[in-house]
Design a binder for this molecule. Structure first.
Ligand code: AKB
Length: 317
């Protein structure tokens, strides 16, 4: 019997992953947790709890009490927020992962999903179609913690046979949940503003290309990777995955096909340096080969679908 604990269930990925897992496993087999117990709107069978992932005692108790077999660990400070509080962000991002890997090492849980990021790459990495095993010199606290975390995952797999799986996510765009504290967030705010006929001021420059993906593809990727047979998962650091790459100016033009009056103006800030250090696209051929990664959306269909989705929501903030 599979029973999942989602940590960080109130966040951008967690909100959508929790309800998707409930569809896969049944609501009674999903426990959602966050610093404050998250509100679950779509499936009332899901149990919602408060959990500070740094509290190892409570984490263990929840795992034992609810007979958890797999953990989806999504709690982290993202790239922009982490730069403002490097010490705490390093501690949160690293210690929380180690707490969970240790539970798996003890055999209390059988599987772990932990998201990595394109932020593992740095200014010295190839910019376009960045290979799976490209040189990495991340220069953000977030990127350093994701890169170290990937190596910890691989270490626990090799030394202790811990079944931990990970994906290097680009910017994730969906209309059901807001992002917070990332560098790629500009794209979602632009889409949300456009949907509500409001102009947008971008904190990245017009020609700043970054990799992006529809949230639905990201969630499908997590589910597919976690359902893959162990021997199919040949990369135990984290897989490159990819679907679209665009600049703010290209996004503006694409949005204008549906919202001709929409405009982006530019006032870049400290996040520009973060964006400059990241690739604009990743080579995801290993994920395609090993476990059949195959995203549904491209740039145009993603923009169209998200604008449509926002139309159904009324809150412009
Ligand atoms: C961020 O911008 O920090 C994240 C990421 C790319 O991991 N969305």
């Amino acid at each position: 019997m599979r029973r999942a604990l989602v940590i960080g269930a109130g966040g951008q990925i967690g909100t959508e992953l929790t309800t998707r897992l409930a569809k896969e496993l049944g609501g009674l087999n999903v426990v959602a947790s966050d610093l404050n117990a998250p509100k679950i709107s779509e499936n009332t069978a899901i149990l919602s709890l408060n959990l500070d992932v740094l509290d190892q005692v409570r984490l263990r108790q929840i795992v034992v009490d609810h007979e958890i077999s797999e953990i989806y660990h999504l709690a982290a400070t993202l790239s922009a927020t982490a730069e403002k509080n490097p010490g705490f962000s390093w501690h949160l991002n690293m210690q929380s992962l180690l707490n969970i890997l240790d539970l798996a090492k003890e055999g209390l849980i059988q599987k772990v999903f932990w998201p990595s990021s394109v932020a593992v790459f740095g200014p010295g990495s190839p910019k376009s179609n960045t290979p799976q095993n490209a040189f990495m010199n991340p220069n953000t606290v977030y990127g350093i913690s994701k890169s170290a975390g990937e190596n910890w995952c691989n270490y626990y797999f090799e030394k202790y046979n811990v079944d931990v799986r990970s994906l290097r996510f680009p910017g994730l765009l969906g209309y059901k949940s807001d992002p917070g504290g990332g560098t790629t967030d500009y794209a979602l705010w632009a889409l949300k503003n456009a949907a509500h006929d409001t102009p947008y001021i971008s904190f990245l420059e017009n020609n700043s290309g970054l990799p992006m993906m529809h949230m639905e593809d990201a969630i499908n990727g997590i589910i597919k990777l976690m359902n893959a047979k162990s021997e199919q998962v040949k990369v135990r650091t984290a897989y490159n995955i990819s679907s679209a790459s665009f600049t703010p100016e290209e996004l503006e033009k694409e949005i204008q096909k549906f919202k001709p009056a929409f405009e982006i103006s530019y006032q870049s800030d400290f996040r520009q340096a973060i964006a400059n250090s990241w690739p604009d696209s990743l080579d995801d051929s290993e994920a395609r080969l090993d476990w059949d990664w195959n995203p549904k959306y491209n740039f145009s269909s993603m923009v169209e679908n998200i604008l449509e989705g926002f139309k159904k929501t009324s809150d412009p903030n």
